[in-house]
Design a protein around this ligand. Sequence first.
Ligand code: GUN
Length: 292
Amino acid sequence: MATIIDGKAIAQTIRNEIAAEVLQLSHKYAQVPGLAVVIVGSRKDSQSYVNMKRKACAEVGIRSFDVDLPEEVSEGEVIKRVHELNNNPDVHGILVQLPLPKHINEEKVLTEISVEKDVDGFHPLNIGKLAMKGREPLFLPCTPKGCLELLSRSGVSIKGKRAVVVGRSNIVGLPVSLLLLKADATVTIVHSHTPDSEKIIREADIVIAAAGQPLMIKGDWIKPGAAVIDVGTNAVDDPTRKSGYRLVGDVDFEEAKKVAGWLTPVPGGVGPLTVAMLLKNTLDGAKCKIER
Ligand code: GUN
């Protein structure tokens, strides 16, 4: 039976570490880290993620700057708000929740965020450095960084291992592949156009599932003893629940737990780490500014 990785508990440990450091900063310099969380429109999922992030800031003593813009806001106005936050010395991190409405060019907006405040790690300069040998980005994207944190805190080594990443999104699949490569894994990315991805996944010592396909990865796709990190957060209908739905991962948990060496649940696996890594990036960004 797999060791179930308790993301909630690991994230809580990290949040306690962060809270202690924030307190130290405020005693020593009378300043606290600040994070701007920008949301455009009223997508339910984005709103719930943003609320979680803002609440998490409050819990560790990070000041959050809330920017809520209507769906119809112009691209120019969003960029203007980003520039204001770039120039605000109390703001150490800026996060623009994705996806943005279709009429706004996401790439353009993300490029306008100061690299020094890019706590999501999505600025092309940070992603570019992540992709290059011998270069270090200022910030790593939160979910990929959370995946590696879960592996390291569970005692799973990466160096020399065969890692297979399922999915190639800008937010998870691509950056987590680059991060695993930096950590000396042999990395394969499989995606919707990969023939026989099942066979490739079966060769993996480490599987990162980020395809957004509910229960796609079955027990017999997994190499016995492999570490399986499930980034999938898929809502499926469930009439037995009051809400009418429940969240499931990309991995069939019940089957996989009989085969894998380590496995993350959904919810309670990667999700809490994403938020913890955002707080960590904000703290690190603030320390760079405040301590110099
Ligand atoms: N949308 C889904 N995941 C993320 C994330 O990590 N950061 C931002 N900004 N938007 C997201």
